[in-house]
Design a protein around this ligand. Structure first.
Ligand code: ZN
Length: 222
């Protein structure tokens, strides 16, 4: 009946087609709008997550700041580095950093005195003799040198540094905090050396000085 009518009225047919087209376009438009909304919602969720992370970080920082504020007084500092703490606790006694402790405490003999051409003291001793730090400080260099053999350098955190060469073995490593008289290594014959001995040097503002001005090193010790 309708078909018959439509055949009779082509204009109505055209209207129907147009109506269908408009309907399809409307559905497509709504579908696209919904997609757009989904994308925006996802973006919104991402921003929300980002804000949450920032909020969490802010809380962490505020917590750390509070801990730092609480620990401002020295006594509250917590550290597993007992070596460092004990060194810091003795800092009030600055003498402990002054390098005046003779690095060999058992049998030795001076084999080479301090001279302008040899700005150190050589202490001849048997291989394996313990070597001690002349003062408290920090190990700033610990390496093998072609001439000096196994070398260890201590910064005493004042104007002084001490150097120990031809070591057989190291007992400490770089960045170790040392107390005065702490064992740092053993006498050896490493590098350009013909007999086991300790090549001991003291620097004041990076210039070598005679160790005898800092400590009394006897010619022999039994
Ligand atoms: Zn020497």
């Amino acid at each position: 009946m309708i078909n018959k009518q439509m055949k009779k009225r082509p204009l109505l047919r055209l209207y129907m087609i147009l109506l269908h087209l408009i309907l399809v376009i409307c559905i497509l438009f709504i579908y696209m709008q919904n997609k757009q909304i989904e994308v925006l919602e996802q973006e919104n969720q991402n921003y929300q997550n980002f804000i949450d992370i920032l909020q969490e970080k802010t809380n962490e920082l505020m917590h750390e700041t509070q801990i730092l504020k609480d620990n401002q007084s020295f006594g509250h500092v917590q550290s597993d580095n007992t070596n460092l703490l004990s060194a810091l606790s003795t800092m009030t006694n600055m003498n402990t950093f002054y390098p005046d402790f003779v690095p060999l405490q058992s049998e030795y003999a001076i084999s080479q005195d301090y001279l302008p051409q040899h700005q150190s003291i050589d202490l001849s001793a048997s291989r394996g003799t313990k070597v001690f730090a002349a003062g408290a400080g920090i190990v700033v260099a610990c390496y093998e040198d072609k001439n000096l053999g196994n070398v260890l350098l201590i910064d005493h955190l004042n104007a002084y540094k001490t150097l120990y060469a031809h070591l057989d073995q190291f007992r400490v490593s770089i960045n170790t905090f040392l107390e005065k008289g702490q064992e740092i290594g053993t006498v050896g014959n490493t590098g350009n050396s013909t007999n086991p001995h300790l090549h001991f040097q003291i620097y004041l503002e990076n210039d070598p000085i005679d160790p005898n001005t800092m400590m009394t090193i006897s010619k022999f010790k039994n």
